[in-house]
Structure formats: structure tokens, C-alpha cells
Write a protein that binds this ligand. Structure first.
Ligand code: SF4
Length: 331
């Protein structure tokens, strides 16, 4: 499984491929097959190698990262290790990669709410390098729709785990995915989604209108497709709720000083530098001098919009440690 380098200072590290779930709207299990976890030591070695080259931020990548390692344990058991417990090893993996010298930030995507275990929450809270950021896909707030999607959790269980995660990490930023207009979704179902979205107070929400993906179970539910005009209205109503909560979350950060990993000059204004906080918030701040991508600075936040923050740089914290490659022209 390949390691995808995103830049010289951050990298995506694939930890598993495939998925053992069967969400009715998703084609992944059909095209990628069952979950296959990459060996634990290979992942840790890869992260050590990346760190030795100056990477300071990694994102662990998989379809259902928090079930990572269950297949490895099963294979050990089948190989004769009768004392091995069949359970995920994601919490141990998080702790191991977060302990690699030079790694300042660890993120992961995506966990599945039904597999969000207390040991993962504890590993996040207790590992300084693991960022206070969680992508936690809700998909729907109605238990009836969640069951039709085969998601394996109820809205109540989802919210309970969210409360536990926030109790362990008070500064946790939470993003989610929500689908509106899943086949059979009634007005009452949608009202539940609005209620759960409001209760969850997400920092950011990826909202989608259901569209049938050929080859999935949901694509065969023609008799229950929601009128597109109704789905569009629901989408607009949901958007209002989630944008309001995103703006409130951002306003809460005004006056705080945040650690920012610099990504480079803003695309719109070269006099402005952009970067990300530990909560993956996009921050813009003015700078008279260029700041190398991969640097860490602190920024005092003074403005907030639903999708970004603005502020003033307070302090330069760390130079990037990756090398700059200067192209040499051939003679
Ligand atoms: S949505 Fe995610 S968990 Fe569900 S089947 Fe697709 S990849 Fe698996």
C-alpha cells in the first residue's frame, strides 16, 4: 500500500484498504473488498522515515480506521496464537506513531461511529501529538434511516460517544458528513437529522443530497426515492443549521492564540499567509516577510467566518526541518 506524500512537511499514510461494512449508499466494499490492515511495524517504520525527512504532520488514512488491526489479530489467532484477542489495534497505532520523534501532529480519517471505542478516545487525549480534531460521519439523525443505511448505531449512541470524546478533549473540533434525501426519508426523519446536527454543534459539515450510486443497495430503492425538490429544500435547511454552528464555533476562538502550521501564501493575497491550527481550522494572517511552508507560528485570532479564521502572528515557533530542493539547470 502506497504512502502518499502531500508536501515536504506533511504526509498521508494509508493504514488499511477495503471495508467490512455494508452501508447501503456506498460502493467501496464492492470495489475494494474486505478490510486489509497494513502491518503495524511497517506503518511505524514509514512514519519514522517520513519524520527523518522533515515531515512533522501525518494523516492516517483508511475506510474505517478505528477497526484497524482486527484482521491482523484474526490472522494471528488462525495461525495458532490462541491467546490473541480479536480486537482493533488503532489505539495502539495512534500512540505509536504519535511517539515518533519529530512528529508534531497526527490526524486520521475516517473513523466509523460504531467502532469508536473508549481506548481510541483515551489514546487521542493522552498523546500530545494527536490533534484535537475528529471527523465523525453522522450520515443521518433518524434511527430509522440509520438502520436502512446499515450504519450500526443510533443517534443516541452517536451523541453519547461524542460527549465522551469532548469530555476527554475539551478543545476537540468535530466535522461530519450528512446525507439528505436518503430513500424513504420522511419529513419526521429529516427533523431528527436537524435536531441531532444542532445538538452535536459540529465545527464543519460536509452535506450531500443523496444520489444513487450504481451497484449499491440504495440505488435499487427506486420506489422510495425522495422528490428532488423536497431533498433540495431539506438540504438548504440543514445548511443553515450547520453553517450557524460552524460560525459559532469559530467565534469562540476569537481572542485565543493558536499554533498554526504554515502552508504558504494565501492564494488570493500574497501578503497574507495561510495555515492550519491543530483543529484543522484554516487561518489567514498578514506578514511583511515570507514564511516558509512547514514553519510553526502562533497566531492570535481576531476574526471568524464559517470557513476560516483571521489573526495576527504573535511568535515564530519552529523552522521547517525538511530540505529545500534547489533545481540545478543542466549545462
Ligand atoms: S461508508 Fe465507509 S464504512 Fe460504510 S461501507 Fe463505505 S467505506 Fe465502509
Amino acid at each position: 500500500m502506497p504512502v502518499r506524500r502531500e508536501s515536504s512537511f506533511n504526509a498521508w499514510v494509508t493504514i488499511q484498504i477495503g471495508c467490512d461494512n455494508s452501508c447501503a449508499f456506498c460502493i467501496v466494499p464492492a470495489v475494494r473488498g474486505v478490510e486489509i490492515s497494513r502491518p503495524f511495524v511497517d506503518i511505524v517504520h514509514e512514519v519514522e522515515l517520513l519524520a527523518s525527512r522533515g515531515v512533522t504532520e501525518i494523516t492516517l488514512l483508511g475506510q474505517n480506521v478505528n477497526s484497524y488491526g482486527r484482521d491482523l489479530a484474526l490472522a494471528q489467532r488462525q495461525g495458532g496464537a490462541s491467546d490473541v484477542r480479536i480486537r482493533p489495534m488503532f489505539a495502539e497505532l495512534l500512540r505509536a506513531v504519535a511517539a515518533v520523534p519529530g512528529i508534531r501532529r497526527v490526524r486520521f480519517t475516517s473513523p466509523h461511529p460504531k467502532d469508536m471505542r473508549p481506548d481510541t478516545i483515551a489514546a487521542m487525549a493522552e498523546s500530545a501529538a494527536v490533534c484535537e480534531q475528529l471527523h465523525y460521519p453522522l450520515q443521518a439523525g433518524s434511527d430509522r434511516v440509520l438502520a436502512a443505511m446499515h450504519r450500526g448505531y443510533t443517534a443516541e449512541r452517536y451523541l453519547e460517544r461524542l460527549v465522551q470524546a469532548r469530555a476527554a478533549m475539551p478543545d476537540l473540533a468535530v466535522s461530519t458528513d450528512i446525507i439528505v434525501g436518503f430513500p424513504g426519508e420522511t419529513d419526521a426523519d429529516f427533523e431528527h437529522t436537524l435536531e441531532v446536527a444542532a445538538a452535536a454543534e459540529f465545527d464543519f459539515t460536509f452535506t450531500f443530497i443523496f444520489s444513487p450510486r450504481p451497484g449499491t443497495e440504495a440505488a435499487t430503492m427506486h420506489d422510495h426515492f425522495v422528490d428532488p425538490a423536497v431533498a433540495a429544500q431539506r438540504f438548504d435547511r440543514l445548511k443553515l443549521v450547520v453553517e450557524r454552528s460552524a460560525l459559532l464555533k469559530h467565534r469562540d476562538r476569537i481572542g485565543r492564540t493558536e499554533e498554526v502550521l504554515v502552508e504558504g501564501p494565501s492564494r488570493k493575497n500574497p501578503g497574507v499567509v495561510s495555515g492550519r491550527t491543530r483543529q484543522y481550522k484554516l487561518v489567514h494572517f498578514p506578514s511583511d516577510t515570507p514564511i516558509r511552508a512547514g514553519s510553526y507560528v502562533s497566531v492570535r485570532i481576531d476574526t471568524a467566518a464559517p470557513h476560516h479564521l483571521g489573526g495576527e502572528m504573535v511568535e515564530f515557533l519552529a523552522e521547517p526541518s525538511h530540505k529545500i530542493h534547489i533545481p540545478v539547470a543542466a549545462g
